[in-house]
Design a binder for this molecule. Sequence first.
Ligand code: TXA
Ligand code: MG
Length: 322
Amino acid sequence: MTEILIANKDSLDKAANLLRTGKLVAFPTETVYGLGGNAENDSAVAEIYAVKGRPSFNPLIVHVPDIEMAERYVKVNSVARDLMSSFWPGPLTLVLPRREDSKLSLLVSAGLDTVAIRMPAHSIALALLKAAEIGIAAPSANRSGRISPTQAQHVKDELNGLIPMILDGGKCEVGLESTVLDCASDKLKVLRPGGITKEMLEEKIGKVDWGNVIKPNSENALSSPGMLESHYAPSLAVRLNVSEVREGEALLAFGSSPLLGAKHMENLSPTGDLKEAAAHLFAFLRMLDLPEYKAIAVMPIPEIGLGVAINDRLRRAAAERK
Ligand code: TXA
Ligand code: MG
């Protein structure tokens, strides 16, 4: 059985102890719940891959309570320093060269000579990191390929019995994972859109390469949906950009004129607010993912601001399953 404990002084101490001794603990961040393990401990990191069923070539994000700890693990160049002072704590993960004397388990970077690192903007996550006094490797606390958890109960639904403890900090405010930015070379590149938008990044550092981010209706997406990695996937099929609901479908709506005719409708944001939509996305996908519906139909979401990350997750949820 996996315990869900409301975060307080006692449960935080308990969680920090579990982590220090190589056990896994799920904990809240501002983006999604993380499946945390001691990033300096090979067997703890190996256990993260095992519990998630995650392919060992997909590296993990190391979470730190401050820039000082980041500096012990990675080489922080001047662009990264600027980005840290602008966006940390917050949903921006930086990929940076690993320091030769870094104590991090080699498993966190899955064979690469870089490390993805971030400081979460969440008081419970920061308190836990400070109490544990080590970096915590944490992917989203879901089984590999499935919908990321934004509430403690989602984690329990995914990982019950596989980990000793879930720290409950309520609902995640952002609701989408961090933006992953590769800063290891001179050419900055976004590897995953997320809670920090293109507009926010470019206001600070000028143009960044979004080459990796799949555009809606790009030739790639149209001609070869199998190229898209299936991820964030509910059990039901997902149909995007719909203008009508088909018989038996559930509807994930957006905006003030939701389509009619769905067996079950959840509206990401009746006022068309992308921040609200991001915070609801994963929880609503879970709510609609019931065997009595034929598929989940999703209304169009504008490809601006947080909409870019929302659409990225939706396209992966809809991608052909392997
Ligand atoms: O918001 C988040 O980032 C959440 C919370 C828990 O912090 N974590 C999260 O972790 O989303 P995960 O494991 O689900 O996603 C990590 C992403 C993956 O796309 C992985 O490929 C990429 O970061 N990544 C990790 N290390 C990398 C590296 N050294 N180079 C390039 N990409 C890396
Ligand atoms: Mg994930």
